[in-house]
Design a protein around this ligand. Structure first.
Ligand code: ZN
Ligand code: ZN
Length: 665
């Protein structure tokens, strides 16, 4: 700026200040990244008596290029109204660029009208920036109309703009179709186009197309820099090909935070929570990369999936320590993580502390309470939400209805279902029907649940018949059980759970022959029961156990502990409940297989490895069986431990010999 000031002074002395080309140079050079330069350029400009179009164009472009698009547009208005100067083909591209920056769609359209009136709409440069402006504002139709008008004049920039416009606004199909056309024209895609097309492939989960592009990139010798590499790995991750994604990631010449985030999110979104966490730890502790919000969101969701509360807490502390101003979505994901890791109280505290909440915050909180069986609290929260003037959406009602279902609030559930349709005009989706069937069946209203299914306007899915079937197991109802199982197998012939439940229903009624028939049918069809699997995180490492698992290095001690635990429970009054065991084997054998259920093994390991009094969190892939449920209640009392079990459908908080589900699950 110092030099600019000196030159300015000399120009005044020598009279060059009246020489337009020098003056425009002075203005464009004085506009720099320095914020004071804006005022300076304005001052120079204001001293010019009747600036001509060249000077106007310079100052307008300067403002846009230095991210003051609003000033540029206001200046343009002044130019038209006060100076009565007619804009030319140089004026518009800067203004359109400014509109794109501001997402000022209406102003952009007005400019387009002026361009047509001035007969400048066949200018290649103007057309390209028009396409850019419309694409940035999300009006792909208008962008396409301008693009098509360019005819054979279309250049590389126009193609890239149009293709990435489609990709960025989530029209992946259109992006790929246009990309094909571009290749037919014989144009070589550049890096920007490639990145857009890869993202379109990811959105469409079109792995074949994506692999072709990868091949094309390798063939053409295009350099796989960080940006292109990240787009590649992101495409593979979205297609579920994590190994290929990782391969690209490992081969990157350098990795920035965007690349790391893409890989961590890839794992997290494909339900590979543990891989996501491992990579995140490597990123933070070994490479000293600073995570950004995208990384943190991915990691929090991975913690929620794998139930890694310790790392979740660490991230939370990290956010506070780094004094990142947590966005609403970051806080929402913390609420989700804490409630999925069994810490509903902490989730609640964060929720209360949020200065601003959006609908997702409310939905996450209500759904979290529902998962924990805290039906009444969930409904209270829902009333507060309504009183705050927030309109519930379909996801809110999934939370509300499942809260009623988990807490056995049949009347309330029916009422809310009616309200959802009548007051809020929300058309029930499959999930809502699922909640209602679940609500009715859990309450033992099997006939009503079946009627409800018959009256659904759409085909019921497996989950809906599954809800009825599970209830039939609880109420030992063979008649409805058979019906539900048949319908469920029509939809999901390979669902191992159906066979298991049905044979359990027969076994519960001591119809051993029928139960065995189901088992052998399952065997004939080559379907195997998904083994129960439970995990517990001790010192940051997840330990997994299957039924009767002896693969753990400390297996011997775990089984000794198990025996000890069962003896102590028995002397406290616990009796092994064997009705959940399928076959007509003798009682002792049944007792053995029940007592080796995976959650019991995980809890025994937890008892060995954690300090007395420490709370334990167990994750289970299937529903907890009746015997484990009763055993864990006894353990919580005899060993004075709070135990939280997250099974396939909800949370159980065991404390002092009882469970938060009040034996209703
Ligand atoms: Zn069990
Ligand atoms: Zn329970």
């Amino acid at each position: 700026m110092k030099d600019v000031h000196q030159i300015h002074a000399q120009m005044i002395v020598t009279g060059f200040i009246h020489h337009t080309p020098s003056l425009t140079k002075l203005i464009s050079h004085s506009l720099s990244a320095d914020p004071t330069s804006l005022t300076y350029a304005c001052m120079v400009f204001n001293h010019i008596h009747q600036p001509n179009i060249v000077i106007w164009n310079t100052i307008i472009r300067g403002f846009v290029d230095h991210s003051f698009p609003k000033v540029a547009i206001l200046g343009y208005v002044e130019m038209l109204q006060e100076s009565k100067i007619i804009p030319d083909r140089i004026t518009f591209p800067s203004l359109l660029k400014g509109c794109a920056q501001l997402l000022a769609f209406n102003e952009g359209k007005i400019l387009h009208g002026q361009i047509v009136r001035l007969d400048l709409d066949s200018d290649l440069y103007i057309q390209t920036t028009l396409v850019k402006m419309y694409a940035a504002c999300g009006d792909l139709n208008s962008a396409r109309i301008v693009f098509e008008k360019m005819g054979t004049q279309k250049n590389q920039v126009a193609w890239t703009t149009m293709i990435s416009g489609y990709a960025r606004n989530h029209y992946p199909k259109e992006a790929l179709i246009l990309f094909n056309e571009m290749e037919k024209e014989g144009l070589e895609p550049d890096e920007v186009t490639m990145v857009s097309v890869l993202s379109a492939c990811g959105d469409l989960k079109d792995l074949d197309y994506g692999k072709n592009l990868h091949f094309h990139i390798d063939e053409s010798g295009m350099k796989v820099c960080v940006v292109l590499g990240t787009a590649l790995l992101d495409m593979y991750a979205k297609c579920g090909e994590l190994d290929l994604a990782r391969h690209v990631f490992d081969a990157l010449p350098e990795r920035n935070v965007v690349a790391w985030s893409a890989m961590v999110s890839g794992y997290s979104q494909n339900n590979c929570g543990e891989e996501a966490l491992r990579l995140f730890k490597e990123m933070v502790f070994e490479t000293n990369q600073k995570p950004n919000e995208i990384t943190i969101l991915a990691v929090i969701s991975a913690c929620a999936q794998s139930g890694d509360l310790n790392l979740g807490r660490w991230i939370h502390a990290y956010i506070s320590k780094a004094q990142l101003n947590p966005s609403i979505s970051l806080q929402n994901s913390l609420i989700d993580m804490y409630s999925k890791c069994g810490q509903i109280d902490v989730a609640h505290r964060i929720f209360y502390g949020m200065p601003e909440k959006d609908i997702v915050s409310w939905n996450t909180m209500i759904n979290g309470l529902a998962l924990h069986g805290l039906g009444v609290q969930a409904l209270d929260q829902f009333s507060i939400m309504l009183m705050s003037g927030i309109r519930p959406d379909d996801i809110t009602f999934i939370g509300v209805l499942s809260a009623c279902s988990h807490a056995g609030l049949v009347l309330e559930g029916r009422q809310q279902y009616q309200n959802m349709r009548r007051i809020y005009g929300i058309v029930p989706k499959l999930e809502h029907y699922g909640c209602m069937v679940d609500l009715l069946s859990r309450a033992g209203l099997l006939q009503e649940a079946e009627n409800f299914i018959q009256e659904m306007p759409m085909e019921p899915n497996g989950a809906i018949w599954g809800a009825l079937l599970s209830a039939c197991r609880v109420y030992n109802n063979v008649e409805f059980g058979k019906k539900a199982a048949k319908r469920l197998l029509d939809i999901e012939p390979d669902n191992d759970g159906v066979y298991v439940l049905l044979s359990n229903i027969f076994a519960g009624q001591k119809q051993w022959a029928e139960a065995r028939k189901v088992r052998s049918l399952m065997h004939e069809r080559g379907i195997r029961k998904m083994p129960g699997c439970s995990s517990i995180v001790v010192d940051g490492i997840a330990h997994e156990f299957l039924v009767g698992d002896r693969s753990h290095p400390e297996s011997e001690n775990i089984y000794l502990m198990l025996n000890h635990v069962i003896q102590r429970l028995k002397s406290a009054g616990y009796a092994v409940e064997t009705s959940e065991v399928l076959l007509n084997i003798d009682e002792e054998e049944k007792e053995d297989s029940v007592s080796q259920h995976s959650e019991k093994l995980a809890i025994c390991f937890g008892l060995m490895k954690t300090m007395p009094g420490t709370e334990m969190l167990i994750m289970k892939n299937l529903r907890v069986c009746g015997d484990c449920h009763s055993a864990i209640k006894y353990i919580s009392k005899v060993f004075q431990r709070e135990i939280i079990v997250r099974d396939r459908s909800r949370f159980h908080h065991f404390k002092d010999g009882s469970c938060s589900c009040r034996d209703y699950w």
